[in-house]
Design a protein around this ligand. Sequence first.
Ligand SMILES: *Cc1c(COP(=O)(O)O)cnc(C)c1O
Length: 407
Amino acid sequence: MNYEDHIEAAINRLHEEGRYRTFIDIERERGNFPYAAWRSPNGDLDKITVWCGNDYLGMGQNNLVLEAMHEALDEAGAGSGGTRNISGTTVYHKELERELANLHSKESALLFTSAYIANDATLSTLAKLLPNLIIYSDELNHASMIEGIRRNGGEKRVFKHNDMKDLRRLLQEDNCSSPKLIAFESIYSMDGDFAPIKEICDLAEEFSAMTYIDEVHAVGMYGATGAGVAQQAGLMGRIDIINGTLAKAYGVMGGYIAASAKVCDAIRSYAPGFIFTTSLAPALAAGALASVQYLREHHEVREKHQLNAKILKMRLKSLGLPIIDHGSHIVPVIVGDPVHTKKLSDLLLVNHKIYVQPINFPTVPRGTERLRFTPSPVHGAQEIDYLVRVMDELWSHCALNRTELTA
Ligand SMILES: *Cc1c(COP(=O)(O)O)cnc(C)c1O
């Protein structure tokens, strides 16, 4: 058996399907977001503007966050030195968990090394805790939820995206005495649309189901203290398990769930993805804590973020560019085929030093290939101006369709 040949064949399949991923080599520069240095294939370093990052609020460069990380590094050293169970639980982890529980008005919170692991570990473990559990999962849920649900070996039902009729139909078809859980996201990151959280909670109540929400694209950015869309809608108390990340709007790294003390205790005790892995480095926990605390107090950052997203959408729309607008902070411009999407992205980067990654199938459905812009509070008027001007020019250059302008 020639292993390398088989591996190569797998890689070649990706090339043939046009799905082979290339990573852009970026060097971030302290205090200078959204600017960064791009090392191009010929080795040159170019100054670019990042327009597709998930450091949604620029917190990855916030001075208080950096100071907290430096302090923790000086105090505690590099790594945590163990799993949570064996010598890896520090005051930094405990404090951050207390803060996150408090942020979401839950009894407890549990840290993981990422929100991917938090989703996977929690959802794959719940079926062990609740025999015969049926999980109802939105069809557009993130890969980490799908993977956790798939691995738990329990029953699952996939409901049409945000479709409450379909969810009700599936709930009705099952035995009313079976334990149930509805798993969904508050904001879906590719279209930037919101879940009908209240309607889902109503159905959960009617059918005695638990609720599990992924607020990864919302924590730090929505609600009075940044606890997410459920907080903004006054529905946090109706959600049983809230999942969030410390790596996107909070700008650091790590993930968590917030839930009742019993749920957290059980996941802590049963989930291999929590137990058998080294805990977050103390400096990461310290930075995340500083970031969560900062964003609790600084609502004006959220307001600026939303304002910039609104301005960018309005301006692209006024040029007739087909954007999706659900009123969130994500600005998807639909190009509609993979070739033009890649070409636009290349031209933006090489000729105009604007970095936005092309988003293709299977991340989004075929025919909806897109550029997904993530304006932040630190993208200034000048950057927005320049981006809009260049997009207008390239749209014409590629002879792409514009939507009918309505007065
Ligand atoms: C990015 C993402 C995650 C994973 O978060 P990490 O902390 O980066 O692992 C989970 N859910 C959704 C919806 C995401 O977009």
